[in-house]
Ligand binder design. Structure first.
Ligand SMILES: Nc1ncnc2c1ncn2[C@@H]1O[C@H](COP(=O)(O)OP(=O)(O)OP(=O)(O)O)[C@@H](O)[C@H]1O
Ligand SMILES: [Mg+2]
Length: 509
């Protein structure tokens, strides 16, 4: 890691609690990464369609990566101006106020067990919350705990339980947990971006909507306080390595990536290629509601200001398809091998992979879909499947871009990308080909955690304006479309037919 070249008191720390791993980075005010540590956690899949995490394991991993990053550069809490938190969104946990023990494993955003919730008119939910009543939001997951863990609902109503998304769980633990902070309770709060993923928050007022909470079955007593994303979340009190550092920002991972890509102006968009794919378009101070299967969410809110809204296309399976090829099918040894294998063939020989593992999210929203591999002939081998997996990533992104253009009427001129998958240069070229526009990759692809650190710095007044931050995230590489319009048309047509084959395959899970 680099030498600390600036005043030590201008260091910023951020924790990115992701779906597959937890990271901590420490950066200088100018965005130079001086320390970084990462640790994976278990993916618990007790049944088909269910995905859980052990929240206690994740909290232990947070302590570990933070210690490692701090020790690596021999820093003390006094060196660090602020801490920012970012997290996998919609993953929900409920724990005991008195002990800090989770009452059940956390339910992960990809989990489909709550798909029956919602009912009624999906438009009504969209207009009030920005979301569709699918299995995706966090609120119904909280209700699931209360309905399925013995005695949980009564305990919740008695005020013995606390609920939240991962940000809330970590904030509460960082600010003292069950022990609290010298007689004061730990901070039980969330930020507007995370709250906007619950199906329980009124998007326009940024408060819990009592009617929706009642409908979903979540008592207000268990819910955290909603605060602006960039502001005051208290001080680290846990007697670990960051004790005394102010927590100045909390953002859901996709919002943090939007911030970290410096998409500060209406019309700016980014696509993050991590476990899933998440394209967000800044729409300014007004929420814009989609007619083409996109969600409306909050980009960020600075304390005392109006929130910045975003249109979002959420695709459930992105990099996790590559992990599946590696871990479940065993046709790759590493994620990076998807590129070397796919480069060995000129095309995917008519093979399409539709990774509808949790149904299809944006823009199609088909809970009845399940994954298919189609177009197989005796000629096809693992290289074609690897290539088809990369193409699937690009084609799913294209569907979301098309929806965004249809909703906003604005043609995207270029796409800014980030996330673990964008290390794959072939994927980047294919993405430019499939979209027919330029794809731009920043020097640091860890935009999520960088965004959380910048936001925390902004909250503590380390930057004069957002444009100060924009200058800190330079584009390093770009790709121009090289595919003919005819070839693109053939690929997209084949994809559309393949997607139809994935419909109506979900059994009784
Ligand atoms: N060279 C590569 N080619 C294709 N996919 C890759 C490559 N390197 C990593 N990946 C995929 O990228 C994903 C990891 O990206 P990233 O670390 O951004 O994920 P993430 O979504 O942030 O994780 P988390 O959800 O834990 O935050 C993994 O699913 C992995 O399979
Ligand atoms: Mg991530």
């Amino acid at each position: 890691m680099g030498r600390v070249s600036e005043s030590r008191t201008e260091l910023l720390a951020a924790i990115d609690q992701g779906t597959t791993s937890t990271r901590c980075v420490i950066i200088t005010r100018s965005g130079e990464v001086v320390a970084s540590a990462q640790c994976e956690h278990r993916q618990i899949m007790p049944r088909q369609g269910w995905v859980e995490h052990d929240a206690a394991e994740i909290w232990a991993n947070v302590r570990q990566v933070v210690s490692q990053a701090v020790v690596d550069i021999d820093a003390t809490p006094e060196d660090i101006s602020a801490l920012g938190l970012t997290n996998q969104r919609e993953t929900a946990v409920v724990w005991e106020k008195a002990t800090g023990r989770p009452i059940h494993n956390a339910i992960v955003w990809q989990d489909t067990r709550t798909s029956a919730i919602g009912g009624g008119d999906p438009e009504r939910w969209l207009e009030r919350t920005g979301l569709l009543a699918s299995s995706y939001p966090a609120g119904p997951k909280i209700a699931w705990f209360l309905d399925h863990v013995d005695g949980a609902r009564e305990r919740a109503e008695r005020g013995e339980l606390l609920a939240g998304t991962m940000d809330t769980w970590l904030l509460w633990n960082l600010t003292g947990g069950a022990r609290g902070d010298e007689g004061r309770p730990a901070v039980h709060a969330t930020d507007v971006t995370n709250a906007s993923r619950t199906l329980l928050m009124d998007l326009r007022t940024q408060t819990w909507d009592e009617e929706l909470c009642e409908k979903v079955g979540v008592p207000l007593a268990v819910l955290p306080e909603i605060r602006a994303s960039i502001g005051d979340f208290g001080t680290v009190r846990h007697r670990g390595t960051l004790a005394g550092v102010p927590i100045a920002a909390i953002l859901g991972d996709q919002s943090a990536a939007l911030f970290g890509q410096a998409c500060f102006e209406p019309g700016d968009a980014k696509n993050t290629y991590g476990t899933g794919l998440f394209l967000l378009l800044n729409t300014g101070d007004q929420p814009h509601f989609s007619e083409h299967g996109l969600l409306t969410t909050i980009g960020w809110q600075v304390a005392g200001e109006e929130p910045v809204y975003a249109l979002e296309g959420s695709v459930a399976v992105g990099g996790s398809l590559i992990q599946w090829l590696r871990d479940q099918l065993g046709i790759l040894r590493t994620a990076g091998e998807s590129e070397t294998l796919a480069r060995e063939v000129p095309d995917s020989a008519g093979v399409y992979v539709v990774p509808a593992f949790s149904g299809l999210f944006a823009p199609r929203w088909r809970p009845d879909a399940r994954g298919v591999i189609v177009g197989l002939t005796r000629f096809a081998d693992r290289r074609h499947i690897a290539r088809a997996a990369l193409e699937a990533t690009c084609l799913q992104t294209r569907e979301v871009v098309d929806a965004m253009v249809a909703d906003s009427g604005v043609q995207l001129g270029r796409l800014r990308v980030d996330g673990g998958m964008v290390a794959n240069d072939l994927l980047m070229q294919l993405q430019a080909d499939v979209l027919g526009i330029e794809v731009e990759r920043p020097a640091n692809i860890e935009t999520t955690v960088l965004g959380a650190a910048f936001a925390a710095g902004y909250g503590r007044g380390l930057y004069y304006s957002l444009s100060d931050i924009a200058g800190l995230v330079p584009i390093e590489s770009s790709w121009s479309p090289a595919m003919s319009q005819v070839d693109r048309g053939v690929l997209v047509d084949g994809w559309n037919r393949a997607v139809e084959k994935s419909f109506d395959l979900a059994g009784d899970e």
